[in-house]
Every structure is written in C-alpha cells, then in structure tokens.
Design a protein around this ligand. Structure first.
Ligand SMILES: CC(C)(COP(=O)(O)OP(=O)(O)OC[C@H]1O[C@@H](n2cnc3c(N)ncnc32)[C@H](O)[C@@H]1OP(=O)(O)O)[C@@H](O)C(=O)NCCC(=O)NCCS
Length: 171
C-alpha cells in the first residue's frame, strides 16, 4: 500500500470532480452537504490553471490507484492579505486515520513557504471534532469563532476560525 500526493491542475478536472461528487453525496456530519450537488464550474474554481500557479494549490492523495483525498488552498487576493490564504480538505471515510490528512497539510505547508505565504487560515464547524483535532495536532491555533453561524437539522453550531503562522519570526 503506498500513498502519493500529487499537485493537480485544470487537466485533472475529471478526477477531482468525480471525487467531490462522491464525497459530497455522503452528506457527512460537520460539513455542508451541497444540496444542489457540485457543478463542474464550482470544481474548476478549486483548480489552478497549471501547477506553477502561485495563487492556488490543489493536491490529490492517491492510495495505490484510488483517489483518497483532495486539499485545495487559495491565496487571498487583496494586496495586504496576499501573504495569507485558506484551504479545505476532504478524505474518503474508508481512508481516515491513515495519516493522509497530515501528509496533505505537510505538503500544503511546504508549498506555501515556497510561494511566500506565511499565514494559513481555515474555518471548521464546531461539531467537526476530527478536523479540529487534526488542525490542533498540526499546530493551528484557535483564533476566534462566529457564533451560531450554522444551522443543520435544527441544531445551531459555531464556525471555528483557526490559523497557523509559518516560517519567519512571529514572536
Ligand atoms: C478531518 C479529516 C480530513 C482527517 O483526515 P485523516 O486522514 O483521517 O487525518 P490523519 O489520519 O492525518 O489524522 C491525524 C490526527 O488528527 C486527529 N484525528 C483525525 N481524525 C480524528 C477523529 N475522527 N477523531 C479524533 N481525532 C482525529 C488525530 O489526532 C489524528 O492522529 P492519530 O490518528 O495519530 O490519533 C477527515 O476526517 C475528513 O476528511 N473528514 C471529512 C471532511 C472534513 O471534515 N474536512 C475538513 C473541513 S474543515
């Protein structure tokens, strides 16, 4: 069994789109289930035109021949925010707890450093304990929360804001 992490670009849209469609069909706890499905146009927004693009990163994790997970990072556009960006990630449940999420985060962090990005941000639903634990274990700090921003099945949840400074001296 081998894990390989690859950088994807627009030429990989079919495999990334198929992954997203299969993943969001699962309607997992802690995530928006996209009632209208994932459109190809939406998938396209997660992919850089080429892997040399320094504003967008899409990683695919392959467990042997299967696509087990995808991570997508986007640099913020405004001038004062360009050292920062945010990301989302998803691993198929049958591949959870095999270290794939951690490897994707590590690869993203290396790419960010190589592209002069020194702050990584994310938002997670407060009931998504797996994701919050993963990010904490990877050095992300809790930076705040948006209270009651999510309602799913009549249950109200917060949006947890997390961030990590990388490289440089932030003391
Ligand atoms: C969150 C997610 C990406 C974790 O991916 P993963 O490949 O299973 O993560 P790893 O195997 O690298 O786990 C690393 C650490 O994270 C924590 N962790 C991961 N899953 C966990 C769970 N279900 N419960 C508690 N802690 C968990 C543990 O500390 C784990 O280390 P350990 O296995 O040595 O105890 C995966 O569960 C997932 O895709 N969930 C659905 C999509 C999602 O929530 N995306 C994030 C939206 S913000």
């Amino acid at each position: 069994m081998t894990l390989t992490i690859q950088q994807a670009d627009l030429s990989d849209i079919d495999i990334v789109h198929e992954f997203f469609n299969s993943f969001f069909r699962l309607k997992l706890e802690g995530l928006s289930f996209r009632p209208d499905g994932m459109t190809v146009d939406k998938t396209r927004t997660y992919l850089p035109n080429t892997i040399t693009d320094s504003n967008k990163l899409c990683l695919t994790a392959h467990w042997d021949l299967e696509v087990a997970g995808v991570l997508s990072f986007t640099r913020y556009k405004k001038f004062e925010y360009r050292h920062c960006g945010d990301f989302g990630m998803a691993i198929m449940p049958e591949f959870w707890r095999r270290g794939i999420g951690s490897q994707l985060l590590l690869t993203m962090e290396k790419w960010c450093l190589a592209n002069d990005i020194t702050k990584i941000e994310l938002a997670a639903w407060s009931n998504n304990i797996a994701a919050i634990n993963l990010y904490e274990s990877f050095g992300f700090q809790h930076e705040g929360k948006r209270v009651g921003s999510i309602i799913r099945d009549e249950k109200t949840m917060d949006l947890i804001l997390m961030g990590k400074q990388i490289g440089g001296d932030f003391s």
